[in-house]
Design a protein around this ligand. Structure first.
Ligand SMILES: *Cc1c(COP(=O)(O)O)cnc(C)c1O
Length: 344
């Protein structure tokens, strides 16, 4: 953030001139390196965030029918977008209750499979790999909004790994990015040149054309790009995704161990293999009002440990993103211990 106001910052300069295009180029190169992308994969970006990408994928990628894993609010939102599209058959939905995981399985008339790497509303982490026995022509789309930059993943068997940069990538909102396979780009070229009406903002082919020129279709927020580039560079300097994954595993481990050791708290996700390394959800005993706990923390400058609204549990939810210092999380557990011991 400090670099935004330094002399030579791109803030206030033309979005179409080389200095800004260099920032976009650097982001595309750094993500290519971070994820060790196969040479024929590409990084595309545009305005609107992951929510826009759901509509873009619905319009530009799914041909006839998708299958979805639904295990929380974010996975549900994409599935609902697919459900509402009048030109698609209703998706095949593989559903699990919050705190558990359901991945889509092979379905004969489905051409696109979708789920989220990290279900941010519940703190469930999912595998990133092509489902067994699906048709070779099928696309696999993974929403990586809170996982990208914090949980390792192999891109080589999937077709789109898309995300907004305001979570684990420590930037701001408003942008979507997608790591795309050649099959995804080919599909989008075909679907968007078919009879289907495709609004320009939802045209993935057009986004790819602009991205190849280190541009976006319409004007992006420069601060978002600058901060994203700085975070990608920082991650690479620290040791890339292997470093990030081991750091988030140990930071989240501090909280999971704390929750297991305290009689008033339990990790919400029962299966340790499904516990997210970047979003930790902890159930609080009914004898303690978690909303009051969060409010008292907030009064003391400890923000955003509230649970996901719609989940409606007596819970706290804590981000353990790559840029969060493990010592801050240790300090947080000490604060929570104090609040639990000194209830009003
Ligand atoms: C936050 C989030 C989104 C929505 O991101 P926006 O930038 O608000 O569109 C989508 N998917 C997941 C998994 C998220 O965590």
């Amino acid at each position: 953030m400090a670099s935004l106001s330094e002399p030579g910052s791109v803030m206030g300069t033309s979005h179409r001139q080389p200095p800004v295009r260099h920032v976009v180029a650097a982001i595309r190169e750094e993500l290519t390196e971070l994820y060790n992308l196969p040479t024929d994969y590409e990084v595309a970006l545009g305005n609107g965030g992951a929510t826009l990408f759901w509509d873009m994928a619905t319009v530009s990628l799914v041909e006839k029918r998708a299958a979805t894993g639904v295990y929380g609010e974010f996975t549900r939102k994409f599935s609902s977008a697919l459900q509402r599209a009048p030109f698609l058959a209703d998706p095949a939905v593989f559903q699990a209750e919050p705190g558990k995981l359901a991945l889509p399985k092979a379905v004969s008339d489905v051409d696109t499979y979708a789920w989220a790497h990290n279900e941010t509303s519940t703190g469930v982490v999912a595998p990133v790999r092509r489902p067994n026995d699906i048709d070779d022509n099928s696309l696999v789309l993974v929403d990586a909004t809170s996982a990208a930059g914090g949980v390792a993943a192999d891109m080589s068997t999937i077709d789109a790994y898309y995300f907004s940069p305001q979570k684990n990538l420590s930037s701001d909102g408003g942008l979507w990015l997608a790591i795309l396979s050649p099959a995804a780009i080919e599909r989008s070229n075909r679907v968007t040149s078919s009879a289907r009406w495709v609004p320009q903002m939802l045209d993935l082919s057009l986004a790819v054309t602009n991205s190849r020129a280190d541009q976006t279709l319409n004007t992006p927020a420069l601060a978002t790009l600058v901060m994203l580039e700085a975070q990608c560079r920082w991650l690479l300097d620290q040791g890339g995704m292997a470093w990030a994954a081991s750091r988030t595993a140990s930071t989240s481990g501090i909280l999971y161990r704390w929750a297991e050791d305290n009689p008033l708290t339990t990790p919400f996700v029962a299966d340790p293999a499904l516990r997210s390394p970047v979003v930790v959800t902890i159930d609080i005993d009914e004898s303690v009002d978690a909303a009051r706990l969060c409010a008292r923390a907030r009064d003391n400058g400890i923000l955003d440990i509230e649970p996901y609204r719609k989940l409606g549990r007596n819970q706290i939810r804590i981000a353990t993103f790559s840029s969060i210092e493990p010592s801050d999380v240790e300090a947080l557990t000490a604060c929570l211990d104090w609040l639990l011991e000194n209830r009003d």
